[in-house]
Design a protein around this ligand. Structure first.
Ligand SMILES: [Zn+2]
Ligand SMILES: [Zn+2]
Ligand SMILES: [Zn+2]
Length: 143
């Protein structure tokens, strides 16, 4: 269902829904959260697809530059997600784990105001919380 609307967006940007694009959209839709290019190469391999790194890089750039997928850089690593499943992340500074956190319709009003005041067209936002996960807290938090 979500995949179809992403394919539609690719066509709307004048792009063709090639095998690799179809597969990238499928991977990102199915996995949901923070998929790196390295992860994508592994999943493609499982599908017996062996594109070279620069092809995958170029295709991900096409998809993210056209707003079809969202690129989010956390701690220097580029991750990719679909725009349908809007959420944020808890990033642990102790073990580098990243977890998804939901904040339903939290910034709608602020986004509208910011867009208007700055005459800025907002396509999306990212918001990460940095700190320590439960198992890292004993090592890092001393209260
Ligand atoms: Zn995520
Ligand atoms: Zn948000
Ligand atoms: Zn941790």
């Amino acid at each position: 269902m979500n995949k179809e609307s992403l394919y539609k967006n690719i066509r709307a940007q004048g792009g063709r829904v090639t095998k690799i694009r179809r597969e990238l959209v499928r991977i990102l839709t199915n996995l949901g959260c923070l998929i790196s290019q390295a992860d994508i190469l592994i999943y493609l391999k499982e599908k017996n697809m062996f594109p070279n790194r620069s092809t995958v890089y170029r295709e991900l750039r096409f998809l993210s530059e056209n707003g079809i997928v969202i690129k989010n850089t956390i701690a220097g690593v580029n991750y990719y997600e679909t725009p349908h499943d809007h959420h944020h992340h808890l990033v642990c500074l102790g073990c580098n784990s990243i977890n998804k956190v939901e904040m339903p319709s939290h910034l709608g009003y602020q986004e509208k105001r910011i867009a208007k005041e700055n005459k800025f067209y907002i396509r999306n936002h990212s918001l990460e919380f940095y700190g320590y996960c439960f198992s890292c807290q004993p090592r890092f938090i001393t209260i």
